[in-house]
Design a binder for this molecule. Structure first.
Ligand code: ADE
Length: 232
């Protein structure tokens, strides 16, 4: 079963509208404290779709619910701030790996971003990555790239921070959930990939661009997920 998470309603409601719930055995929804998982099929693929909420804690919690409910691979879909200098609003990033940019245990000798006892970067599954890249290339008029997705409980809106993320981590884009999903999936040995459409370039105008472009680019992310379910 494929688990699909988006952080916000806008990112998930387009997929929920397409969900085929005919002939399900059992309930169409699974409820956990603060989280609802929607069961159904997309293009004949059994899926669990959910709005995970914003930030790493919500993402980790929701991912755990998905995995204990039977998801055997996970796709996270949504929007992000572009960090790679060539990324523009609307472009799509498929994760090669994920890092938590707000983790700092450097006083104890660990590299920035690394949680003691864990890896610095959680690699995405190769098969899901390839599927996502193929599907993303079908979205008209956007550039598609594979790259590192960095996550933190921070809405990035400053050129200095963007430069820092680029120079420190080689980040392609910054968001607030992907690496938490990655960490939980890795713990469970479950493959994952993060797909992000660029809603802003994480600079001084990020808040304005985000509000303006978010609904449009969320549609791109949805198109990519459907492109994937058509291929699975
Ligand atoms: N999601 C979309 N834009 C973002 C930004 N600039 N920072 C963090 N998360 C985001």
């Amino acid at each position: 079963m494929l688990g699909i998470i988006g952080a916000m309603n806008e990112e998930v409601e387009l997929l929920l509208a397409d969900l085929d719930t005919r002939g399900l055995d059992g309930p169409a929804q699974l409820s956990f404290p603060g989280v609802t998982l929607h069961r159904g099929r997309l293009d004949g693929v059994d899926v669990l779709v959910t709005v995970g909420g914003i930030g790493k804690v919500n993402a980790a919690m929701t991912t755990t619910y998905l995995l204990v409910s039977g998801a055997s691979r996970v796709v996270f879909t949504g929007v992000a701030g572009g960090v790679h200098p060539q990324l523009r609003v609307g472009d799509i990033v498929v994760s090669t790996d994920c890092v938590q940019h707000d983790v700092d245990v450097t006083p104890l000798g660990y590299p920035l971003g690394e949680i003691p006892g864990e890896t610095l970067a959680w690699p995405a599954d190769g098969t899901l990555q390839a599927l996502a890249l193929e599907a993303a290339h079908e979205v008209p008029d956007v550039n598609v790239t594979g790259g590192r997705v960095v996550s933190g409980d921070v809405f990035v809106a400053s050129p200095d921070k963007v430069r820092w993320l680029w120079e420190t981590f080689g980040a392609a884009c910054a968001e607030m959930e992907g690496a938490a999903v990655a960490q939980v999936c890795a713990r469970h040995g479950v493959p994952f990939v993060v797909i992000r459409s660029v809603s802003d370039t994480a600079d001084g105008g990020a808040n304005v661009d985000y509000r303006e472009f978010m609904p449009r680019v969320a549609r791109h992310a949805k198109q990519v997920v459907r492109g994937m379910t058509r291929r699975i």
